[in-house]
Design a protein around this ligand. Structure first.
Ligand SMILES: [Zn+2]
Length: 480
């Protein structure tokens, strides 16, 4: 009897091995093959322009803090003098004083326009961080073929690269086939409500439905997918949702010399712990599935076996992705407390304790799912949970992978970077382009940079090779 069972188990095991191997080998996907053209030689005036742009302190300090309008005006003047053809031949519209739309009318009015986006504002440099910079943070120093300073990467390089390529084409009297809008916002770092949001509303009013909206977001990665042994370009095709949830507890306080067994702070504290102890169901979204499919041919055999048999190894795969906070955020709706409020005096037990949770929602889930999850996890009537409506954004629709504009961007990347692998990916942070997702079929997030450093941090910088590739990329996008 035992022998028979052992035999049966042996046969089943063999069968499983056969199925796993069959799935691994039947997959005929191979690495794409393309001829690389590469960008033409470095344009030095572009590096100088980027350096000058960095030196103008167009800083977004905080949502409620005023901006230095003289710097933003200086930036406008700088654009006008640096790009004379753009300003002579394109129509410029100004929104809320400092955000701009340039219209470059194409030959064929039947074609839907393209929108090339970038933002001109930058985040501040903290006083304590300034001394840690190799060069002064707003110096725009150029050394060793690298341009240094706040905004070098995020996102003045996009403004400069777009304008350099358009200026060059205008000098050659080039006219694009389709109309192209250049949209530059001035408050992306503080929500984009005065810039990109207002501009996107103008597009809606004009009933303009761009065939493509291209903004910052994805890059050519060489760090996070080391096992692929090649550059990996990721194009953002969808964005996680954004929602805040307020928790509040009200229990009469009193003198701190005679505390009751449980105070408002205690109850809130327990609620926070309960929420943080669990996480919402993980999911492999269609975008993540596509990313896994595309990386498969470059993976080692063991990984290919896992990826070809997700029916069996999905749990294992998700476990792997949960190991770093970046990849964890790609398979989970995240939920974290960001604001706590309670108490006014050291010897008074407060009556009210409040917490705000920020959530980034995976496509396929909704803010109501998150609300339900919080309520169930807390399971305490004393904790009132409310969803904020003011900043609420449900997860975005996904730009289809067979969309012609997605394919176009993909082809240009293959053309500009040797041995590169290209894939769509899910944006885990928000960009200005989110305001366009409801009325454009292709909102894509990509900058053709490969080796950039320090954005939002210390020693932000970009090499001339990357700047040059960006200019080439926009040139191809406009002319092909
Ligand atoms: Zn940015």
């Amino acid at each position: 009897m035992l022998k028979k069972i052992a035999k049966l188990v042996g046969i089943l095991f063999l069968l499983l091995v056969v199925v796993l191997l069959f799935n691994t080998f039947k997959d005929s996907s191979t690495l794409p093959k393309y001829t690389v053209e590469g960008a033409p030689a470095t344009n030095d005036s572009a590096a100088v322009h980027l350096s000058q742009a960095i030196q103008i302190k167009t800083i977004s300090f905080g949502d409620t803090l005023a901006i230095d309008t003289t710097e933003f005006l200086k930036f406008r003047k700088f654009l006008e003098t640096s790009y004379p053809n753009v300003h002579a031949k394109l129509q410029r519209q100004i929104f809320n004083q400092f955000s701009y739309v340039y219209k470059w009318t194409g030959k064929d009015s039947a074609l839907q326009p393209y929108v090339l986006m970038a933002h001109m504002d930058v985040v501040p440099v903290e006083a304590v961080a300034e001394s840690k910079w190799t060069v002064p943070s707003f110096s725009g120093t150029i050394k060793n073929d690298t341009i240094w300073g706040r905004g070098a990467v995020d996102d003045k390089v996009s403004v400069i690269a777009i304008l350099e390529s358009v200026e060059q084409l205008l000098k050659q009297n080039y006219t694009p086939n389709r109309t192209i809008y250049l949209c530059f916002g001035h408050d992306e770092e503080i929500s984009g409500k005065r810039g990109a949001k207002v501009i996107s509303n103008w597009f809606k009013e004009q009933n303009l439905k761009p065939a493509m909206v291209l903004d910052e977001g994805g890059q050519i990665d060489t760090k996070h997918f080391k096992q692929l042994n090649r550059p990996f370009a990721v194009i953002g095709t969808s964005e996680k949702g954004y929602a805040n949830f307020d928790l509040s507890v009200e229990i009469p306080g009193g003198h701190s010399s005679m505390p009751a067994a449980e105070t408002a702070i205690d109850v809130l504290n327990k609620a926070i712990e309960k929420i943080r102890a669990h996480s919402m169901e993980p999911a492999i979204t269609p975008t993540m599935q596509e990313l896994l499919n595309r990386t498969k041919p470059a993976e080692k055999f063991a990984n290919r076996l896992v990826l070809s048999n997700l029916w069996l190894f999905k749990g294992l795969m998700i476990g792997q992705l949960e190991k770093t906070k970046e990849t964890n955020a790609m398979v989970h709706t995240t939920l974290v407390p960001t604001i706590l409020q309670s108490g006014i005096k050291d010897n008074v037990i407060p009556t009210v304790a409040k917490a705000t949770f920020n959530s980034r929602i995976l496509p396929g889930q909704t803010s109501d799912d998150v609300l339900k999850f919080i309520t169930n996890a807390v399971n305490d009537d004393r904790v009132v949970v409310k969803k904020q409506t003011i900043s609420l954004m449900e997860p975005s629709p996904i730009t289809p992978f067979d969309n012609p504009e997605f394919k176009k961007v993909e082809q240009i990347i293959y053309k500009s970077v040797p041995d590169v692998l290209v894939s769509p990916f899910l944006m885990i942070g928000a960009t200005d382009s989110r305001y366009y997702r409801s009325f454009s079929n292709a909102v894509l997030n990509f900058s053709a940079v490969q080796d950039v450093k320090g954005f939002h941090g210390i020693d932000e910088r970009i090499g001339k090779t990357d700047l040059n590739r960006m200019i080439f990329f926009y040139n191809q996008l406009i002319t092909k």
